[in-house]
Design a protein around this ligand. Structure first.
Ligand SMILES: *Cc1c(COP(=O)(O)O)cnc(C)c1O
Length: 380
Protein backbone atom coordinates (compact mmCIF):
# COMPACT_ATOMS: atom_id res chain seq x y z
CA UNK A 1 0.00 0.00 0.00
CA UNK A 2 1.08 3.56 -0.56
CA UNK A 3 2.44 5.54 2.33
CA UNK A 4 2.02 9.23 1.85
CA UNK A 5 3.04 11.41 4.75
CA UNK A 6 1.39 14.83 4.74
CA UNK A 7 1.72 15.77 8.39
CA UNK A 8 5.00 17.68 8.44
CA UNK A 9 3.70 20.28 10.90
CA UNK A 10 3.48 17.48 13.48
CA UNK A 11 6.97 16.15 12.82
CA UNK A 12 9.40 15.39 9.99
CA UNK A 13 11.66 12.42 9.25
CA UNK A 14 15.37 12.80 10.03
CA UNK A 15 17.20 13.64 6.82
CA UNK A 16 19.67 10.80 6.03
CA UNK A 17 22.51 13.37 5.82
CA UNK A 18 21.59 14.55 9.31
CA UNK A 19 21.50 10.99 10.62
CA UNK A 20 24.96 10.30 9.14
CA UNK A 21 26.38 13.39 10.85
CA UNK A 22 24.91 12.31 14.21
CA UNK A 23 26.02 8.66 14.19
CA UNK A 24 29.66 9.05 15.38
CA UNK A 25 28.47 10.96 18.46
CA UNK A 26 26.54 7.93 19.69
CA UNK A 27 29.44 5.52 19.34
CA UNK A 28 33.12 6.52 19.06
CA UNK A 29 32.73 10.22 19.93
CA UNK A 30 30.47 9.63 22.91
CA UNK A 31 32.27 12.02 25.25
CA UNK A 32 30.69 14.41 27.73
CA UNK A 33 31.20 17.93 26.39
CA UNK A 34 32.26 19.05 29.89
CA UNK A 35 35.15 16.54 30.14
CA UNK A 36 38.70 17.82 29.72
CA UNK A 37 40.03 14.78 27.83
CA UNK A 38 40.07 14.38 24.06
CA UNK A 39 36.68 12.69 23.79
CA UNK A 40 35.19 15.47 25.86
CA UNK A 41 36.85 18.07 23.68
CA UNK A 42 35.61 16.40 20.48
CA UNK A 43 32.08 16.55 21.87
CA UNK A 44 32.56 20.20 22.91
CA UNK A 45 33.72 21.09 19.43
CA UNK A 46 30.67 19.38 17.89
CA UNK A 47 28.35 21.29 20.23
CA UNK A 48 29.93 24.61 19.28
CA UNK A 49 29.74 23.79 15.57
CA UNK A 50 26.03 23.02 16.01
CA UNK A 51 25.60 26.35 17.77
CA UNK A 52 27.26 28.20 14.89
CA UNK A 53 25.11 26.40 12.32
CA UNK A 54 21.76 27.21 13.94
CA UNK A 55 22.90 30.77 14.74
CA UNK A 56 23.85 31.34 11.09
CA UNK A 57 20.40 30.26 9.91
CA UNK A 58 18.68 33.03 11.89
CA UNK A 59 21.51 35.62 11.87
CA UNK A 60 22.19 35.37 15.60
CA UNK A 61 25.53 35.25 17.41
CA UNK A 62 26.40 31.71 18.52
CA UNK A 63 26.65 33.00 22.13
CA UNK A 64 22.96 33.91 21.92
CA UNK A 65 21.85 30.27 21.40
CA UNK A 66 20.82 28.00 24.30
CA UNK A 67 20.18 24.34 23.50
CA UNK A 68 17.06 22.86 25.07
CA UNK A 69 15.02 19.68 24.71
CA UNK A 70 12.76 21.22 22.07
CA UNK A 71 10.17 23.83 21.25
CA UNK A 72 8.15 23.26 24.40
CA UNK A 73 11.07 23.82 26.76
CA UNK A 74 12.27 26.85 24.78
CA UNK A 75 8.82 28.46 25.00
CA UNK A 76 8.54 27.70 28.72
CA UNK A 77 11.99 29.02 29.55
CA UNK A 78 11.69 32.19 27.47
CA UNK A 79 8.29 33.19 28.78
CA UNK A 80 8.36 32.00 32.38
CA UNK A 81 11.91 32.92 33.37
CA UNK A 82 11.81 36.28 31.58
CA UNK A 83 8.57 37.23 33.35
CA UNK A 84 9.79 36.06 36.76
CA UNK A 85 13.10 37.96 36.35
CA UNK A 86 11.53 41.19 35.14
CA UNK A 87 8.34 41.34 37.21
CA UNK A 88 9.58 44.44 39.01
CA UNK A 89 9.36 46.42 35.75
CA UNK A 90 5.73 45.40 35.25
CA UNK A 91 3.39 42.47 35.44
CA UNK A 92 1.51 42.75 32.17
CA UNK A 93 2.10 40.13 29.47
CA UNK A 94 0.59 39.78 25.98
CA UNK A 95 0.13 36.77 23.70
CA UNK A 96 -2.31 35.67 21.01
CA UNK A 97 -5.32 33.37 20.97
CA UNK A 98 -3.78 30.93 18.47
CA UNK A 99 -0.50 30.08 20.18
CA UNK A 100 0.77 26.54 20.72
CA UNK A 101 -0.06 24.98 24.11
CA UNK A 102 3.60 25.35 25.11
CA UNK A 103 3.12 29.13 25.00
CA UNK A 104 -0.46 29.37 26.25
CA UNK A 105 0.16 27.08 29.23
CA UNK A 106 3.27 29.08 30.17
CA UNK A 107 1.13 32.22 30.31
CA UNK A 108 -1.56 30.40 32.31
CA UNK A 109 1.12 29.44 34.83
CA UNK A 110 2.21 33.09 35.09
CA UNK A 111 -1.40 34.14 35.61
CA UNK A 112 -1.50 31.83 38.62
CA UNK A 113 1.71 33.57 39.81
CA UNK A 114 -0.10 36.92 39.82
CA UNK A 115 0.73 38.25 36.34
CA UNK A 116 -1.86 39.98 34.20
CA UNK A 117 -2.14 38.31 30.78
CA UNK A 118 -3.90 39.76 27.73
CA UNK A 119 -4.73 37.28 25.00
CA UNK A 120 -5.08 39.09 21.68
CA UNK A 121 -7.77 38.02 19.24
CA UNK A 122 -6.87 37.28 15.61
CA UNK A 123 -8.77 38.24 12.46
CA UNK A 124 -10.59 35.77 10.19
CA UNK A 125 -7.30 34.90 8.41
CA UNK A 126 -5.62 34.12 11.72
CA UNK A 127 -3.57 37.32 11.72
CA UNK A 128 -2.75 39.33 14.83
CA UNK A 129 -3.42 42.82 13.53
CA UNK A 130 -0.69 45.28 14.59
CA UNK A 131 -3.38 47.79 15.65
CA UNK A 132 -4.80 45.20 18.05
CA UNK A 133 -1.42 44.89 19.75
CA UNK A 134 -0.93 48.67 19.76
CA UNK A 135 -4.30 49.03 21.51
CA UNK A 136 -3.53 46.43 24.17
CA UNK A 137 0.06 47.29 25.06
CA UNK A 138 0.60 49.32 28.25
CA UNK A 139 3.46 51.01 30.11
CA UNK A 140 3.64 47.97 32.42
CA UNK A 141 3.78 45.42 29.56
CA UNK A 142 7.11 43.60 29.80
CA UNK A 143 6.69 40.77 27.30
CA UNK A 144 4.83 40.12 24.03
CA UNK A 145 4.84 36.62 22.54
CA UNK A 146 3.33 35.97 19.10
CA UNK A 147 4.18 32.90 17.03
CA UNK A 148 5.83 33.35 13.63
CA UNK A 149 3.50 30.92 11.85
CA UNK A 150 0.61 28.89 13.13
CA UNK A 151 0.91 25.10 13.14
CA UNK A 152 -2.75 24.48 12.25
CA UNK A 153 -3.74 27.11 9.71
CA UNK A 154 -0.30 28.18 8.45
CA UNK A 155 -0.79 31.95 8.79
CA UNK A 156 2.48 33.91 9.02
CA UNK A 157 2.33 36.87 11.38
CA UNK A 158 3.67 40.40 10.69
CA UNK A 159 6.52 39.83 13.14
CA UNK A 160 8.54 42.95 12.31
CA UNK A 161 5.61 45.26 12.95
CA UNK A 162 4.60 43.45 16.14
CA UNK A 163 8.18 43.58 17.45
CA UNK A 164 8.45 47.30 16.65
CA UNK A 165 5.23 48.07 18.55
CA UNK A 166 6.47 46.01 21.51
CA UNK A 167 9.80 47.84 21.59
CA UNK A 168 8.17 51.26 21.39
CA UNK A 169 6.34 50.41 24.61
CA UNK A 170 9.53 49.07 26.21
CA UNK A 171 8.49 45.40 26.04
CA UNK A 172 10.58 42.43 24.93
CA UNK A 173 9.35 40.41 21.93
CA UNK A 174 9.39 36.59 21.83
CA UNK A 175 8.30 34.44 18.91
CA UNK A 176 7.65 30.70 18.68
CA UNK A 177 9.19 30.08 15.26
CA UNK A 178 9.03 26.28 15.43
CA UNK A 179 6.97 26.15 12.22
CA UNK A 180 9.17 28.53 10.23
CA UNK A 181 12.84 28.01 11.15
CA UNK A 182 14.40 26.48 8.06
CA UNK A 183 11.28 27.14 5.98
CA UNK A 184 11.14 30.93 5.78
CA UNK A 185 14.07 33.36 5.93
CA UNK A 186 14.54 34.59 9.50
CA UNK A 187 16.86 37.39 10.52
CA UNK A 188 16.43 38.06 14.23
CA UNK A 189 18.27 41.39 14.01
CA UNK A 190 16.39 42.81 11.05
CA UNK A 191 13.06 41.52 12.38
CA UNK A 192 13.64 42.85 15.90
CA UNK A 193 13.19 39.50 17.63
CA UNK A 194 14.50 39.38 21.21
CA UNK A 195 13.78 35.70 21.88
CA UNK A 196 12.95 32.89 19.47
CA UNK A 197 12.05 29.22 20.01
CA UNK A 198 13.03 26.50 17.53
CA UNK A 199 12.67 22.72 17.42
CA UNK A 200 14.82 20.29 15.47
CA UNK A 201 12.20 17.66 14.63
CA UNK A 202 10.15 20.14 12.61
CA UNK A 203 13.08 20.74 10.23
CA UNK A 204 14.27 17.20 9.40
CA UNK A 205 16.37 16.87 12.55
CA UNK A 206 15.97 14.49 15.51
CA UNK A 207 13.34 14.76 18.24
CA UNK A 208 14.12 15.95 21.75
CA UNK A 209 16.41 18.82 20.83
CA UNK A 210 15.72 22.47 20.16
CA UNK A 211 17.05 25.85 21.01
CA UNK A 212 16.22 29.25 22.31
CA UNK A 213 17.73 32.38 20.82
CA UNK A 214 18.10 35.07 23.48
CA UNK A 215 19.37 38.46 22.38
CA UNK A 216 22.38 39.64 24.37
CA UNK A 217 21.19 41.66 27.36
CA UNK A 218 17.74 40.04 27.65
CA UNK A 219 17.54 38.58 31.15
CA UNK A 220 16.31 35.01 31.33
CA UNK A 221 17.29 32.20 33.73
CA UNK A 222 17.60 28.46 33.87
CA UNK A 223 14.42 26.43 34.13
CA UNK A 224 16.25 23.29 35.30
CA UNK A 225 18.48 23.21 38.40
CA UNK A 226 21.79 21.40 38.24
CA UNK A 227 25.11 21.88 36.48
CA UNK A 228 26.30 25.05 34.80
CA UNK A 229 25.96 23.90 31.19
CA UNK A 230 24.93 26.32 28.43
CA UNK A 231 26.32 29.36 30.29
CA UNK A 232 24.26 28.35 33.34
CA UNK A 233 21.04 28.60 31.32
CA UNK A 234 20.35 24.89 30.82
CA UNK A 235 21.55 22.33 33.36
CA UNK A 236 22.12 18.76 32.27
CA UNK A 237 24.66 16.93 30.09
CA UNK A 238 24.41 18.24 26.54
CA UNK A 239 22.56 16.07 24.01
CA UNK A 240 25.58 16.01 21.72
CA UNK A 241 24.16 13.83 18.87
CA UNK A 242 20.96 15.88 19.02
CA UNK A 243 22.84 19.16 18.81
CA UNK A 244 24.91 17.84 15.89
CA UNK A 245 21.66 16.81 14.19
CA UNK A 246 19.97 20.16 14.77
CA UNK A 247 23.06 21.97 13.48
CA UNK A 248 23.31 19.85 10.35
CA UNK A 249 19.56 20.14 9.69
CA UNK A 250 19.87 23.93 10.04
CA UNK A 251 22.83 24.05 7.66
CA UNK A 252 21.02 22.00 5.00
CA UNK A 253 17.81 24.01 5.45
CA UNK A 254 19.77 27.21 4.83
CA UNK A 255 21.21 25.82 1.60
CA UNK A 256 17.97 24.31 0.32
CA UNK A 257 15.40 26.79 1.62
CA UNK A 258 14.52 28.40 -1.71
CA UNK A 259 14.38 25.11 -3.56
CA UNK A 260 12.14 23.56 -0.88
CA UNK A 261 9.89 26.61 -0.75
CA UNK A 262 9.45 26.57 -4.53
CA UNK A 263 8.49 22.89 -4.50
CA UNK A 264 6.15 23.23 -1.53
CA UNK A 265 4.46 26.32 -2.93
CA UNK A 266 3.86 24.54 -6.24
CA UNK A 267 2.57 21.32 -4.62
CA UNK A 268 0.45 23.24 -2.12
CA UNK A 269 -1.17 25.22 -4.92
CA UNK A 270 -1.88 22.04 -6.88
CA UNK A 271 -3.48 20.42 -3.84
CA UNK A 272 -5.56 23.46 -2.98
CA UNK A 273 -6.78 23.96 -6.55
CA UNK A 274 -7.54 20.27 -6.88
CA UNK A 275 -9.71 20.41 -3.76
CA UNK A 276 -11.51 23.55 -4.98
CA UNK A 277 -12.28 21.84 -8.30
CA UNK A 278 -13.46 18.52 -6.91
CA UNK A 279 -15.07 19.10 -3.51
CA UNK A 280 -18.00 21.45 -2.94
CA UNK A 281 -18.36 23.33 0.36
CA UNK A 282 -14.66 23.32 1.18
CA UNK A 283 -13.64 26.29 3.30
CA UNK A 284 -9.92 27.07 3.33
CA UNK A 285 -8.59 28.45 6.59
CA UNK A 286 -5.68 30.74 7.35
CA UNK A 287 -4.30 33.57 5.25
CA UNK A 288 -4.52 33.17 1.44
CA UNK A 289 -0.90 34.21 0.76
CA UNK A 290 0.86 35.02 4.06
CA UNK A 291 1.30 31.33 4.86
CA UNK A 292 3.88 28.61 5.34
CA UNK A 293 4.68 26.97 1.97
CA UNK A 294 3.03 23.57 1.55
CA UNK A 295 0.46 23.97 4.30
CA UNK A 296 -3.13 23.36 3.20
CA UNK A 297 -5.79 23.68 5.88
CA UNK A 298 -9.42 23.28 5.01
CA UNK A 299 -12.78 22.55 6.60
CA UNK A 300 -15.35 20.36 4.89
CA UNK A 301 -18.89 21.23 5.75
CA UNK A 302 -21.11 18.28 6.71
CA UNK A 303 -18.15 15.98 7.51
CA UNK A 304 -16.17 15.35 10.71
CA UNK A 305 -12.38 15.60 10.96
CA UNK A 306 -11.81 12.36 12.83
CA UNK A 307 -13.44 9.98 10.30
CA UNK A 308 -11.77 11.89 7.44
CA UNK A 309 -8.38 11.15 9.02
CA UNK A 310 -9.19 7.49 9.62
CA UNK A 311 -10.43 7.00 6.05
CA UNK A 312 -7.40 8.82 4.61
CA UNK A 313 -5.15 6.62 6.72
CA UNK A 314 -6.83 3.52 5.33
CA UNK A 315 -5.70 4.73 1.89
CA UNK A 316 -2.16 5.32 3.20
CA UNK A 317 -2.45 9.09 3.48
CA UNK A 318 -1.35 10.53 6.81
CA UNK A 319 -2.70 13.95 7.76
CA UNK A 320 -4.17 15.61 10.80
CA UNK A 321 -7.16 17.55 11.95
CA UNK A 322 -6.49 20.67 13.95
CA UNK A 323 -3.35 20.18 16.00
CA UNK A 324 -1.94 16.73 16.67
CA UNK A 325 -2.17 17.42 20.40
CA UNK A 326 -5.94 17.92 20.39
CA UNK A 327 -6.55 14.94 18.13
CA UNK A 328 -8.77 12.40 19.81
CA UNK A 329 -10.57 15.10 21.72
CA UNK A 330 -14.07 15.83 20.47
CA UNK A 331 -13.84 19.60 20.83
CA UNK A 332 -13.07 21.55 17.69
CA UNK A 333 -9.68 23.21 17.60
CA UNK A 334 -9.44 26.47 19.62
CA UNK A 335 -7.49 27.97 16.71
CA UNK A 336 -10.39 27.42 14.31
CA UNK A 337 -12.82 28.86 16.83
CA UNK A 338 -10.49 31.86 17.31
CA UNK A 339 -10.68 32.69 13.59
CA UNK A 340 -14.43 32.78 13.98
CA UNK A 341 -15.54 29.50 12.44
CA UNK A 342 -18.74 28.07 13.89
CA UNK A 343 -18.43 24.71 15.67
CA UNK A 344 -20.15 22.73 12.96
CA UNK A 345 -17.66 23.88 10.32
CA UNK A 346 -14.57 23.69 12.55
CA UNK A 347 -15.41 20.04 13.26
CA UNK A 348 -14.68 19.07 9.67
CA UNK A 349 -11.12 20.33 9.62
CA UNK A 350 -8.25 18.73 7.73
CA UNK A 351 -4.63 19.82 7.73
CA UNK A 352 -2.33 18.56 5.00
CA UNK A 353 1.23 19.76 5.51
CA UNK A 354 3.60 18.82 2.73
CA UNK A 355 7.32 18.22 3.06
CA UNK A 356 10.44 18.29 0.93
CA UNK A 357 10.05 14.65 -0.10
CA UNK A 358 6.44 14.84 -1.26
CA UNK A 359 5.83 14.61 -5.00
CA UNK A 360 3.26 15.61 -7.56
CA UNK A 361 2.12 11.96 -7.60
CA UNK A 362 1.44 12.15 -3.85
CA UNK A 363 -0.75 15.18 -4.42
CA UNK A 364 -2.57 13.61 -7.36
CA UNK A 365 -3.24 10.39 -5.46
CA UNK A 366 -4.63 12.43 -2.56
CA UNK A 367 -6.85 14.31 -4.99
CA UNK A 368 -8.11 10.98 -6.35
CA UNK A 369 -9.00 9.66 -2.89
CA UNK A 370 -10.23 12.72 -1.00
CA UNK A 371 -13.29 13.75 -3.07
CA UNK A 372 -14.76 10.21 -3.00
CA UNK A 373 -14.08 9.92 0.69
CA UNK A 374 -15.72 13.24 1.57
CA UNK A 375 -18.73 12.44 -0.61
CA UNK A 376 -19.13 9.07 1.16
CA UNK A 377 -18.86 10.64 4.60
CA UNK A 378 -21.37 13.31 3.72
CA UNK A 379 -23.86 10.67 2.55
CA UNK A 380 -23.61 8.82 5.87
C1 LIG B 1 5.76 21.37 17.54
C2 LIG B 1 5.59 22.73 18.09
C3 LIG B 1 6.02 23.07 19.37
C4 LIG B 1 6.60 22.05 20.31
O1 LIG B 1 7.91 21.66 19.96
P1 LIG B 1 8.49 20.30 20.58
O2 LIG B 1 9.92 20.30 20.12
O3 LIG B 1 7.69 19.19 20.00
O4 LIG B 1 8.36 20.40 22.05
C5 LIG B 1 5.88 24.37 19.80
N1 LIG B 1 5.33 25.29 19.00
C6 LIG B 1 4.90 25.03 17.77
C7 LIG B 1 4.31 26.11 16.93
C8 LIG B 1 5.00 23.73 17.26
O5 LIG B 1 4.55 23.47 16.05
Amino acid sequence: MRSIYMDHSATTPVDPRVFEAMKPYYTCEFGNASSVHRKGQAARKAVETGREQIAALINANPQEIVFTSGGTESDNQAIITFALNNGKQGKHLITSAIEHHAVLESFHYLERCGYDVTILPVNAQGMVEPETLAGAIRPDTILVSVMHANNEIGTVQPIEELAAISHKAGAVFHTDAVQTVGKLPIDVRRMGIDMLSASSHKLYGPKGIGCLYVKKGVRISNLLYGGGQESKLRAGTENVPGIVGLGKAAEIAGQEMQQRADLLTRLGKRLREGIINSIPNAIFTGHPDQRVPGSVSVCFQFADGEPILLMLDSYGIMASSGSACVCGALDPSPVLLAIGLPHEIARGSLRLTLGKDNTEEDVDYTLEVLPKLIANLRRM
